[in-house]
Design a protein around this ligand. Structure first.
Ligand code: GLV
Ligand code: MN
Ligand code: MN
Length: 401
């Protein structure tokens, strides 16, 4: 595939959800999401592929009879983090359609059905929990909990689905569909610069670090900022600030990562000591013991600090994903097929991590020269994206044709 062919398809998708403040706002079940879904349907129609939406809102286009088992599924997600980049997610879907073009032009015929999938709410950018579509499908997320998840405006997932005429009452595990999937391959922009260092346009994933999101709620006493003596305050913002620093330190000790990217305070006025602060800790580490150590270290330090601040702390796990070691046989086969492509681990979460517990799963990464992701500066060269399409086509041919 040449770079111009990639660009011509890509240009049809890039205006959708582009924010005037920079980056993309492609929240699940939003207007932008509907526009992405329409783009997907148009691509499937153009290729004469059967379109289907499953009970969890995940969208599929099939080459070959979808009712047959042992399908090879490829794709990713359309949704973005707030003001995210263009490539995280959509590149995997666009590349899947283009890889099918490459195979068809070469006269390949699938002996196993090939499905292109767009999973819903992968980032958790709207409803807080990542990989909602794949977790529901595999039974890792309780449908009642999913229906009740709320966005920043208090709209539940069920209400958001209703508003687009999708049916939230049928959400839930889909074992029959899962049984029909023989392999899943997700192509994704790299979220780091390892491929740039290795001078390679495409790599293969080895593993995904264990990771999770924890909501800390700090409770104190709201009071006047101008008249309450420092000694009289129960200020939960102090405890929250301490948590941010403690998380950074605990992560550094074990060689992991900790981020607090979302903080809310009530009542949220400059001249009021907050009564409540909520802060979300995203933590990741090379192995589970290290991740546990980060969390335990943060919690025990924060509890001590809360006593000094005369505040209370509670912690709720919003999502937890264990270490994913991708199927070794598949990983090595694909790396060899792609001419000894670099094999690398990642700290980023993906639907592939959820599927990997159930079906042989692999990931391909496309070089990102700046390493920026989850931000407007995310970028991959068209030539590298075209190389990614060729790599995915080779993988699909190997697995399905
Ligand atoms: C998703 O991209 C994540 O790693 O949180
Ligand atoms: Mn992402
Ligand atoms: Mn992604």
């Amino acid at each position: 595939m040449d770079a111009a062919e990639f660009r011509s398809l890509w240009d049809g998708l890039t205006p959708i959800g582009l924010s005037q403040q920079g980056g993309y706002l492609r929240y699940s079940w939003s207007e932008a999401d509907q526009a992405c879904r329409n783009w997907f349907r148009a691509q499937a129609d153009r290729r004469d592929m059967e379109i289907e939406t499953d009970k969890n809102g995940n969208l599929y286009a099939w080459w070959g009879p979808r009712h047959e088992r042992n399908a090879v599924l490829t794709g990713s997600h359309f949704d973005s983090v707030p003001h995210g980049g263009a490539y995280d997610g959509p590149l995997g879907i666009a590349s899947a359609f283009l890889a099918i073009d490459v195979l068809r032009e070469a006269g390949a015929k699938p002996r196993r059905p090939i499905g292109v999938v767009a999973f819903t709410e992968e980032e958790g950018g709207r409803f807080g929990v990542p990989c909602v579509g794949s977790r529901l499908m595999t039974g890792a997320l309780d449908p009642d909990r999913a229906r009740g998840l709320t966005d920043a405006d208090g709209i539940t997932l069920a209400e958001a689905m209703d508003a687009t005429a999708a049916d939230p009452t049928i959400l839930g595990a889909d074992p029959e569909r899962l049984d029909g999937i023989g392999a899943f391959v997700e192509l994704h922009i790299e979220q780091g610069r390892a491929l740039d260092g290795a001078d390679a346009p495409v790599g293969v994933a080895s593993a995904i670090w264990p990771h999770g999101r924890w909501r800390f709620t700090f409770t104190g006493e709201a009071n006047h900022a101008g008249t309450t003596l420092l000694a009289d305050r129960c200020d939960p913002m102090l405890t929250a600030a301490f948590m941010v620093l403690a998380a950074r330190k605990e992560a550094r000790i074990v060689g992991g990562l900790a981020t607090v990217g979302r903080v809310e305070s009530d009542p949220g006025a400059a001249n009021v000591i907050p009564g409540t602060v909520r802060a979300w800790l995203d933590a990741r580490a090379p192995d589970q013991a290290d991740l546990d150590q980060i969390l335990e270290g943060v919690q025990s330090k924060v509890n001590e600090r809360a006593e000094r601040d005369r505040t209370q702390v509670s912690v709720t796990a919003e999502s937890e994903t264990p270490l994913v070691d991708f199927d070794g046989g598949l990983r090595d086969r694909l790396a060899a097929l792609l001419g000894s492509a670099p094999v690398l681990p990642t700290g980023a979460g993906h639907d592939a991590a959820i599927l990997a517990a159930h079906v042989p799963t692999a990931m391909l990464f496309v070089r990102n020269r700046t390493g920026v992701s989850h931000a407007p500066g995310e970028r991959a060269d068209d030539e590298d994206c075209a190389a990614g399409v060729d790599a995915l086509a080779a993988v699909l041919r190997e697995l399905a044709c």
